[in-house]
Ligand binder design. Structure first.
Ligand code: NIG
Ligand code: FE
Length: 419
């Protein structure tokens, strides 16, 4: 048995429950002052006031601990869940980024053969080891931000060999470092050069060969598609997602990012676990999404910021009773950052979310976007012991100390992995 006792936290701040929070519920979080948490074999067993938890442990004759941490002065939160990233890639796109800073656009660069294709070229050249090592470094950076679970998408290989390579690197990374990775197959990230005027053939290849193979080898849990102008139209997206669903994959979608193709409608119709981006979502689609119990609206403010786009209408979504998650979209093109402090600043100041809503969006609703809300995203008995400490006594310092990384300790599965 391995156990951990955290005592005297200035504040334990957490959403509650085992499923997605919608609308107003997102603003309700639980705060405990002078709080304690007891974790046994990686699972949270007790949470409450320090006196109450200590009493209870005594009563149950639990008096030996592998580790006791005094959390006085710290706010203690569930580990952050970054539910949309493309962190596994090779090669950077600094020049393209500078062109955009100078006034060019994401789509213009893509039409000229840059963008995702440029990263595909570099990722195809990279060895398994190179990809693994750079992935490892980026995960370490995320861990230091308090991210304990991350989603990782393929989509920079596009051909069979290189998509499999990316997926296999994810598998290895899950074994050799502490951050949990939920894996998504995003073969439909761009139409590969070899299939430039044969997009239907590429969709056929994914459906007939790649999806069954990935399912058979259990290399991905989700399938995603970049449904947008110049990439995958609605018809092709639907074809691919329906086939994926039939094979038992859970669905995600890049929807209504650059143009509105009615992607959110499709995500709702197919019961996707999440619809992501939503910068161009229509009022009708907001209504449709609000009727879905389990499709998370995942918003990616760093992408909107770096593309100089408008921000997704977080307030309209929440006020219409949708469930919103926030994620980084970490990738070498549109959002080369995994900064939780930047997400928090943009979500509050620009998207008008409250601090409580932001906390829910980065924890429980992020977990829901990965179909993990029954295991992660809150500090409650039965949940995984993924816990972070801040160097200030109240979680709202995350915004007040704007842009700063306040994470002082990270506990993963009940073990201290960073301080
Ligand atoms: O979510 N939109 C598509 N995919 C990423 C960008 C990936 C890239 O530019 O490399 C996104 O913004
Ligand atoms: Fe993305």
């Amino acid at each position: 048995m391995k156990n951990l006792l955290i005592l005297h936290a200035s504040q334990i701040a957490t959403p509650t429950g085992n499923s997605i929070k919608h609308g107003r519920e997102m603003d309700q979080i639980k705060c405990i002052s002078d709080g304690a948490i007891y974790v046994e074999n990686g699972t949270i067993k007790e949470v409450g006031k320090t006196n109450d938890v200590v009493e209870k442990l005594k009563k149950n004759n639990i008096n030996k601990f592998d580790q006791i941490i005094n959390a006085a002065g710290s706010a203690v939160l569930p580990g952050f869940i970054d539910s949309h990233t493309h962190f596994l890639f090779s090669g950077y796109r600094l020049e393209e980024f500078c062109e955009r800073v100078g006034g060019s656009t994401y789509m213009k660069i893509m039409e000229n053969g840059g963008g995702i294709q440029a990263t595909v070229d570099e990722t195809r050249k990279a060895s398994f080891t190179e990809l693994r090592d750079s992935g490892m470094q980026r995960l370490n950076e995320m861990l230091q931000q308090g991210i304990t679970t991350v989603e990782g998408k393929s989509g920079y290989g596009l051909d069979e060999k290189n998509e499999m390579k990316q997926l296999e690197v994810f598998r290895e990374l899950n074994l050799i470092q502490p951050v949990d990775i939920s894996v998504t197959y995003l073969g439909a990230h761009a139409i590969p050069r070899e299939y430039q005027d044969k997009a239907d053939d590429y969709v056929d290849l994914m459906i007939s060969k790649l999806l069954p193979k990935i399912k058979h080898e259990e290399l991905a849990e989700f399938v995603d598609v970049f449904c947008d102008k110049g990439v995958f139209d609605l018809k092709r997206a639907e074809q691919l997602l329906k086939a994926a669903k039939k094979l038992g994959f859970k669905l995600k979608m890049h929807a209504d990012e650059i143009a509105n193709l009615n992607g959110v409608s499709l995500a709702a119709k197919l019961d996707a676990v999440s619809a992501d981006h939503l910068i161009k979502i229509s009022p009708e689609e907001i209504k449709e999404l609000s009727k879905k119990e389990n499709t998370v609206a995942t918003l990616l403010p760093c992408t909107a910021f770096c593309l100089k786009e408008n921000f997704a209408p977080a307030r309209d979504l929440i006020d219409s009773n949708c469930g919103v998650a926030l994620a980084s979209d970490y990738n070498p093109g549109s959002s080369f950052t995994c900064s939780i402090p930047l997400i928090i600043a943009l979500a509050t100041f620009e998207m008008k979310m409250t601090m409580n809503e932001v906390l829910t969006a980065l924890t429980l609703n992020g977990a829901a976007a990965l179909d993990l809300a029954n295991k992660k995203g809150t500090l409650e008995p039965g949940k995984v012991g993924d816990i972070i400490f801040l160097k200030y006594p109240d979680f709202r310092y995350l915004l007040y100390n704007t842009g700063g990384n306040l994470v002082s300790k990270v506990i993963k599965n009940g073990e201290l992995v960073y301080e």
